[in-house]
Design a binder for this molecule. Structure first.
Ligand SMILES: N[C@@H](CCC(=O)N[C@@H](CS)C(=O)NCC(=O)O)C(=O)O
Length: 236
């Protein structure tokens, strides 16, 4: 497909919203293919465009399909942010402390949310869904087991990471200390939202994270993305 526009494969109620938000921030022309979930899972059609069969996927203007939000965020900024509005300013930019906002810190934060935070959130979420799906006479035991696991292990891990993220936002509106969101914000926003909506994490306990979250979701581009997509509700 070569039509000079990228195509975003968007699935309802998923992290596709963050890619659409980024595209709307960049203000580029794009095509959108909306997929519904099939019994909560990825629509089969998503396998037609990429063997992993997950959403989001971005088909570039020259026909390459990219999976993984973080890679999509990287590609979009590298390709379309010609004025470098959503990039981390280079070292030496007046008024910008690049010693604290370098690529290494960015990699650390991306890895933290995409691996450590993600695995704990997914475990919390899957265990809860599993317990709720149990026959009624087993359910209280399964829910009790979840509570023990949450208390003994998962909640403390998640809390530690959220506190770390909160500290990383000290004195800054966005994660890189920039005036506009960068790749870090586009990627991290999903994990925070997933935690808040799907895992009932009270983000008001982390005031800087809460304020950053509100700043992100009050941006006109975020709201336009919500209008363009076919649903963004992560509570179930
Ligand atoms: N690590 C991937 C995750 C992709 C992924 O698992 N997407 C979810 C939606 S947020 C999905 O397609 N779920 C449906 C399924 O697994 O069947 C990314 O960051 O893009």
């Amino acid at each position: 497909m070569e039509n000079n526009k990228p195509t975003l494969h968007y699935m309802a109620n998923s992290g596709s919203q963050q890619c659409l938000w980024e595209i709307e921030e960049l203000g580029i022309e794009y095509d959108l293919v909306l997929h519904e979930r099939a019994n909560g899972r990825a629509a089969a059609a998503l396998k037609d465009t990429h063997p992993l069969g997950k959403a989001p996927q971005l088909v570039t203007a020259d026909g390459r399909t990219i999976a993984e939000r973080s890679a999509i965020a990287f590609y979009l900024i590298e390709t379309y942010d010609k004025e470098e509005r959503f990039k981390v300013p280079p070292a030496g930019t007046p008024g910008f402390d690049s010693s604290k906002n370098d690529r290494l810190r960015e990699e650390q934060l991306l890895s933290l949310v995409t691996t450590s935070l993600n695995q704990h959130l997914c475990m919390k979420c899957v265990l809860r869904v599993f317990a709720n799906a149990m026959p009624f006479f087993i359910r209280p035991f399964a829910l009790g087991f979840n509570k023990i696991l949450d208390k003994a292990f998962l909640d403390a891990e998640v809390d530690n990471i959220f506190k770390f993220l909160d500290n990383e936002l000290e004195g800054r509106q966005y994660f890189n200390g920039t005036e506009l969101p960068t790749r870090l914000d586009f990627v991290i926003q999903w994990y925070v939202d997933f935690g808040a909506q799907a895992c009932s994490i009270d983000i008001s306990k982390y005031p800087r994270v809460k304020s950053w979250f509100d700043t992100c979701t009050s941006r006109p581009a975020w709201k336009r993305a919500l209008e363009q997509g076919n649903g963004y509700d992560l509570t179930f």
